[in-house]
Ligand binder design. Structure first.
Ligand code: UTP
Length: 291
């Protein structure tokens, strides 16, 4: 059975919901505590044994490359100053096997995936949106591990979903389910941001996927709508062919590309932090009394 060895992280969007910071800083570089979102995502990949990572960036955006690249002067200075722990933290940013592709125009997620064609080379790959974090506790199965396990045992593309209710249903792609066995759903259809009445189920698509490499050829055959090709259109074809599975994930998802999601991620990661968790908790309790 095919193994998942590669991952693509699209990071070339305009990030308009987060202007003005995203004018010069790509959204996946927004920091949750002291680390950019995209580094958490690279760590998530390493933890499931996927080491070959391609990041799709916008033209002229060197910030992400610089983050994962060498910093000789900084390292020298940290060592000279005896700041061994900080030196190690800095070195951690260089342990990933990352390469880059440029998306000339931000023409959507499918456009970013097409920029990864050469890297993917017909092989299965994980796709992780650069502005979503998924935290799993020690006793939970990490989302990517679950997806990789399902792909490697069935050979079918698989997407992560979460349960949504009420108005939230209309914020996400929504799936219809043909059947479900042991928590693995076979997707029958996909609808983008449906009204509550149109929704096919309570399962919303989130930013973690594992695809068979042939999805790239499928994207190329699609007719653009509003000058854009849509990943969901390719997923619909897979669903019609009974080649698309879905699974909910264990853990907590943070949409760091949304202002409220960003605040929630920072507060919750701060609460989990050994360094400032206790102080943060005390502060939140004291703040709650004042407001
Ligand atoms: P979003 O759907 O959040 O779009 O992208 P966006 O353009 O970044 O942000 P808003 O909606 O204008 O605020 C989800 C992920 O896909 C990447 C983004 O960088 C983000 O990680 N993306 C999006 C691309 O790489 N290229 C694109 O053309 C669009």
């Amino acid at each position: 059975m095919k193994k998942v060895k590669k991952a693509v992280i699209p990071a070339a969007g305009l990030g308009t919901r987060f202007l003005p910071i995203t004018k010069a800083i790509p959204k996946p570089m927004l920091s949750v505590l002291d680390k950019p979102t995209i580094q958490y995502i690279a760590e998530e990949l390493i933890s499931v044994g996927i080491e070959d990572i391609l990041i799709v960036v916008s033209p002229g955006s060197d910030v992400i490359k610089n983050h994962f690249g060498p910093a000789e002067d900084l390292e020298k200075r940290l060592l000279e100053d005896g700041k061994q722990k900080l030196y190690e933290i800095e070195r951690q940013t260089q342990r990933f096997n990352v390469s880059f592709a440029v998306q000339q125009t931000a023409n959507g997620l499918a456009g970013a995936m097409l920029c990864a064609e050469e890297f993917i080379d017909g092989e299965p790959f994980a796709l992780l949106l650069g502005d979503e974090l998924i935290f799993a506790d020690k006793d939970q199965t990490p989302c990517m591990k679950r997806l990789v396990d399902i792909f490697e045992s069935t050979g079918k593309s698989v997407i992560a979903t979460m349960e949504v209710f009420g108005d939230d249903v209309s914020k996400y792609g929504n799936i219809g389910i043909r059947e479900e066995v042991d928590g693995v759903m076979e997707v029958s259809s996909i609808i983008e941001k449906p009204s509550l009445a149109e929704a096919l189920s309570n399962n919303a698509i989130i930013g973690r996927y594992v695809f068979d490499g042939k999805i790239i050829d499928m994207l190329k055959t699609l007719t653009p709508r509003n000058n854009e090709i849509y990943l969901t259109d390719a997923m619909e074809v897979l669903a019609n062919n009974k080649e698309l599975l879905a699974s909910t994930f264990e853990g907590t998802r943070y949409d760091v590309g949304d202002k409220f999601g960003y605040i929630k991620a920072n507060v919750e990661y701060a609460l989990r932090s050994e360094e400032i968790g206790a102080d943060t908790l005390e502060y939140i309790k004291e703040l709650a009394k004042r407001i």
